[in-house]
Each structure stands twice: as C-alpha cells, then as structure tokens.
Ligand binder design. Structure first.
Ligand SMILES: [Zn+2]
Ligand SMILES: [Zn+2]
Length: 141
C-alpha cells in the first residue's frame, strides 16, 4: 500500500528513516569517518545527488548491486529483491570496521548483520538466510 505523505500527519510516518540517520551519526563517532553520508559506503567516492546521499551509495555501485545480486548463491530471488531495496533505501550502516552492519527492518527494527551470515533478525537467529545478509554481502564482496 502506498500512503501519500500529503495525507498523513508527520507524527504517524514510519520512523525507519530516523533510525537510519541516528545510526549513521553513531557510526561517525565510533569509526572516526567524517561525513559518512556524503561518501559511498562501498567505494568511498563522494556522493553529490540527494538520492545517492540518502541511499549511501553512488549510482555506479547501485548498478553493481543490481548486476551482482542474481549471482549471489544461497538466497531466493525475493530475498535478493528485498536486499536491493534495503540498499537503495539507505537501510544499512557499517559498524566495527565493516565486519558487522546495522540493518533496518521493514517496521523500523534494527538488526546486527555480518557478511559471514549471522543476523539478529527472526530468520537469522534460526540460522536461515535473510535479505539483510544478502544486502551486506553485496556491499562487501
Ligand atoms: Zn560507490
Ligand atoms: Zn536478517
């Protein structure tokens, strides 16, 4: 369902975006990387367009994700679609030198996700593959 922002009071808009921003700020202080939102999380290039800044990735890397996703083993096509969506919405933030990432769930919940396959979401804690791991893996491979 698509909710028009015009008809929804600001207070009832889902706050996953706000979480993402808060987490970025936390990352800045723990890693010493300045202006993390203004450079690509994958290649480090400066981001200039607002959509790239909010996603955290430049257009070149976004294309790379789209190309690479179908080749990623162990995930369903739905999980790969969700992973791409997560990347494009700026839903992942590196922690601890990129070995652990914070990922944002559909309802604004945040999970800790490692490219090696661990994730604190419901699927991940049961040892199942999830789109958070797929998204993180797309960035680090
Ligand atoms: Zn990039
Ligand atoms: Zn997960």
């Amino acid at each position: 369902m698509i909710v028009s922002a015009n008809t929804v009071p600001e207070s009832s808009v889902p706050d996953s975006r706000v979480h993402g921003i808060d987490l970025s700020a936390a990352t800045v202080s723990t890693t010493g990387v300045s202006e993390i939102s203004a450079s690509c999380l994958r290649c480090g290039r400066r981001l200039t367009s607002p959509p790239s800044v909010s996603a955290g990735f430049g257009p070149g890397c976004t294309r790379h994700f789209r190309r690479t996703a179908p080749t990623l083993p162990g995930f369903t096509s739905q999980q790969l679609e969700d992973a791409l969506e997560l990347l494009e919405l700026g839903g992942i933030v590196p922690l601890r030198g990129r070995r652990v990432w914070l990922t944002v769930g559909h309802r604004g919940a945040t999970y800790r996700t490692a490219p090696t396959g661990q994730c604190t979401c419901a699927a991940g804690v049961h040892g199942k593959p999830c789109h958070h791991v797929a998204a993180v893996r797309l960035v680090v491979v």
